[in-house]
Structure formats: structure tokens, C-alpha cells
Design a protein around this ligand. Sequence first.
Ligand SMILES: [Ca+2]
Length: 75
Amino acid sequence: MGADEYTFGELSDFSGNGIVNFEDYSILIIYSDGYVCVGPDWCNGSDYNRDGKVDIYDLEKFAANWLWQASWYSP
Ligand SMILES: [Ca+2]
């Protein structure tokens, strides 16, 4: 696992609860519905490639981090 993957894992935890799950997915879906993303927030980070919209390319990065857990996370 490279440093980039670690970073994406942490960035994919939009809700900040320590795990990448449906809670974060629901946030990404809200922004994918025609939302215009601008910096520095970039739609709560769900616009990974910062092209101003949340689409399939951002979903691909999100999916790669599905169920990522922070070191401090406990179910
Ligand atoms: Ca994007």
C-alpha cells in the first residue's frame, strides 16, 4: 500500500467517523447530483480530481477505499 492510497483512504471518510462506508457514500451521492464543486472544500473532498463535479471518476477512487478504517476506529 502506497502513501497515496493511505491519503485517499483518509480523504474518503467524508463523515470523519473512522470508516469508509454507506454514510460516506450517501455524502458522495448528494454531491454527484449536479453539484458544482469549488475549492478548498471540493464538495467535502468527494471531488477527488478537482474538476468541479463528482462523477464516475471520483466514485472509482471512493470505491477503492471502501471499508477503509482509521487506526483509531473501533466498531
Ligand atoms: Ca471530480
